[in-house]
Design a protein around this ligand. Sequence first.
Ligand SMILES: [Zn+2]
Length: 262
Amino acid sequence: MSEQPKPDSPVAAKVFPSPNHGERLGADGTPRRPDMLVLHYTGMPDAGDALQRLCNPAAEVSAHYFVFENGRVLQLVPEGRRAWHAGRASWAGERDINSASIGIEIANPGHQGGLPPYPAAQIAAVIALSRDIVSRWAIPADRVLGHSDVAPERKLDPGELFPWEELNRAGIGHFVRPAPVRGGRFLSPGESGQPVEALQAMLAMYGYDIALTGSYDEATTAVVAAFQRHFRPERIDGIADASTITTLRDLIASRPAATVIL
Ligand SMILES: [Zn+2]
């Protein structure tokens, strides 16, 4: 009987290997250690089909971990290897997010499947797994992100029903109580000028990949919507209302002190 490989995390029940991985490399071409955690939903109706796809060499996608609806966790790729989960993405000036991160795929049909809520058992498993990963790799709270944060123009996952606040209460990720949604001044798509540039600068300061054009273009709308999906999920419209701007400002002000700004 051959010995089964042991998962890197005790939260994972077993290894279910995917061939879709490579070497983690930094910008200078030397090996890089992960310092970011990226959460996804599978976006497929059936968890088993999603798992098969993440292990299919022809699909060329993978993640380090897979979390079923019932909370069962499998490890697909060793943490020391570069799994192929983020695709074209960027955060805090870094573009090779796969080399920088550990990726978790959470089984959920996603927006196209009507965005069913995440079951409690599944979220409990995501919390246990994330806690183990961020503590072993010393991942800063503000580098626990959604796929939509690092690819705002392409991705919506893990979606606005993902309980970021609950994770934060469990000690994972950075979150502040969103400012209440109400009237007042706001910035909208199509506007331009210094206030728009200031908004873009704040989003870029937090880590979002956004150009300081001073014009509220489609890219800006996508980044504001991604910000809302993660940090102010009550209303996701890409409009920078007072609640959105206040929440962003509070988030920047409460950023964990240990974070090194690149
Ligand atoms: Zn994703």
